[in-house]
Design a protein around this ligand. Structure first.
Ligand code: APR
Length: 248
């Protein structure tokens, strides 16, 4: 597993990098990915629970699923993949990290420029009045009521069918249009509009690198791939960028 030659040849000229992360980067921290068998909770697929209709028709069930996921996260620590992105941010002049993850592990690792386009599971707000709510994250028995309006409190994540935070996505989209290198790491690339970002970057002339042990829906568009874990693949790329900075 090495950085593709075409990328290595241009690495000293790379000034603008966008990285899109998905659940795979947190897999090595013990956080289950969404798709595949490990994504099932009880008999449910994430798509069945992560939507507003499911929450309104069975708030306790959806809340219990989030309490379970928050419990898993309470012990999770960033891994070498998260840390490699902190180094990349320091090395690259114009660096933007767009994450679909809601676990906050990039920030725990020390990344400062993170666009969370699917929200953050550690925050909550009222489904009715949208005000932020402070709650016991591990409370598993049903969602609390909003202190202001009595509405149901929900996790501040983007559910299927809901719009993305416009500002964060817009910033990621603009960064994709100007970058030299776009890296998609640990994502199956099936959820849009997140999955459109590498295509936007490629159409604007960027080199598109995929890091994933498996091929994905994005693989056919990639200029190069590292079939590796996020930690190994990102460490390789950071090493290549750092050596490009040191060469004459
Ligand atoms: N390193 C890198 N990639 C990995 C690793 C690893 N150690 N382990 C697994 N993967 C890859 C898998 O091969 C898969 O392609 O991570 C990907 C995980 O895919 P998904 O579970 O579909 O996660 P993601 O792409 O983040 O899902 C997108 O879907 O349910 C929604 O909102 C949720 O943000 C999520 C979105």
């Amino acid at each position: 597993m090495t950085v593709p030659d075409a990328l290595r040849a241009t690495v000293s000229r790379i000034r603008r990098v966008v990285v899109l992360t998905g659940a795979g980067i947190s897999a090595e921290s013990g956080v289950p990915t969404f798709r595949g068998e490990q994504g099932l909770w009880k008999q449910f697929r994430p798509e069945e629970l992560a939507n507003v209709d499911a929450f309104l028709s069975n708030p306790s069930l959806v809340w219990e699923w989030y309490a379970y996921r928050r419990k898993l996260l309470s012990d999770a620590q960033p891994n070498a993949g998260h840390r490699a992105l902190v180094q990349m941010e320091r090395l690259v002049e114009d660096f933007v990290l767009v994450t679909q993850n809601v676990d906050g592990l990039h920030q725990v690792a020390g990344s400062t420029k993170v666009l969370e386009i699917h929200g953050n599971i550690r925050r909550n707000h009222c489904q009715h009045c949208r005000r932020p709510a402070q709650v016991d994250l591990l409370q598993s028995e049903g969602p609390p009521k909003c202190d202001y309006c009595g509405g149901l409190v929900r996790p501040s994540v983007v559910w299927f069918g809901e719009p993305l935070p416009m500002e964060a996505f817009g910033e990621g989209d603009r960064a994709a249009r100007r970058c030299d290198l776009f890296i998609a790491v640990g994502t199956s690339g099936v959820v849009y509009p997140a999955a459109s970002l590498p295509l936007t970057a490629k159409n604007a002339g960027a080199y598109f690198l995929e890091i994933n042990p498996e091929s994905t829906d994005l693989s056919r568009y990639a200029d190069g791939a590292l079939r590796a874990s996020a930690s190994d693949g990102l460490t390789e790329v950071v090493t290549a960028i750092a050596s490009g900075r040191n060469s004459p």
